[in-house]
Design a protein around this ligand. Structure first.
Ligand code: O7E
Length: 212
């Protein structure tokens, strides 16, 4: 699975990159930089090109989390990303909203950055357990630490594990897939390249070759 992290700031650029790369990616992940600069309607427009994962990093009290998830699904997204550290009550609230819309929920385990180690790593496997209990569809795990992906995947059982941090953050595609990831999230390596479509196609081909 290849997920394009579309962290560009302009609507037209986002739609252009999405159209060019669409056939090579399974999902487009939309994060705050794009929505805060281009407006939420860009999510609906992108959803017409490829299924969108709304990466609004939901981490709030259950009520507010439900509102955020509901807005995302009403704009046509297929899935939302919520922070596991916010706890089971919030994940359950987001799961309920997703169920009403026939959507999916991914829970973040530990961030791929150095800071992800400061607090989150200690609780990662507990977060995996909670995500399983709540019935999340998948987990976000750090491509920068393949040894962690392997642990998370083992504990995750049938939850999908998708990993940001390949390329710009130093993670290597081969290591990540070997560790058991079901997919990778790639942003800058694709949208900042000279030819995003070609780069997306090359990554897709490498994934298909390695996952055969
Ligand atoms: O480094 P890039 O440019 O390939 O982009 C990576 C994207 O994944 C970017 O949108 C970033 O916000 C996101 N991400 C991480 O990089 N690390 C994480 O641990 C988690 C995410 C993410 O998508 O999860 C949502 C919190």
């Amino acid at each position: 699975m290849l997920i394009l992290a579309l962290d560009v700031l302009e609507r037209d650029v986002a739609l252009d990159v999405a159209r060019k790369c669409g056939e090579y990616v399974d999902f487009i992940k939309v994060n705050y930089p794009l929505v805060l600069s281009a407006g939420i309607d860009v999510v609906s427009e992108l959803s017409e090109i490829r299924p969108v994962i709304a990466d609004f990093k939901i981490a709030d009290i259950p009520y507010t989390a439900s509102l955020i998830a509901d807005i995302a699904f009403r704009h046509g997204v297929r899935a939302v990303i919520a922070h596991g550290f916010a706890g089971s009550d919030m994940l359950r609230a987001v799961r309920d909203v997703a169920d009403r819309h026939g959507g999916e929920v991914y829970a973040v385990t530990e961030l791929s950055s150095q800071g992800g180690r400061e607090f989150m790593t200690r609780h990662t496997l507990e977060i995996v357990d909670v995500a399983k209990e709540v019935g999340c569809d998948g987990l976000i795990a750090p491509a920068t630490r393949p040894e962690r992906i392997a642990e998370i995947k083992k504990r995750a059982e049938n939850l999908r594990v998708i990993c940001p941090g390949v390329g710009a953050q130093g993670g290597r595609l081969e290591d990540v897939l070997k560790a058991g990831a079901d997919g990778i999230i790639v942003g800058r390596t694709i949208y900042q390249s000279e030819d995003p479509a070609r780069t997306a196609r090359e990554i897709r081909e490498r994934i298909d070759g390695l996952m055969k």
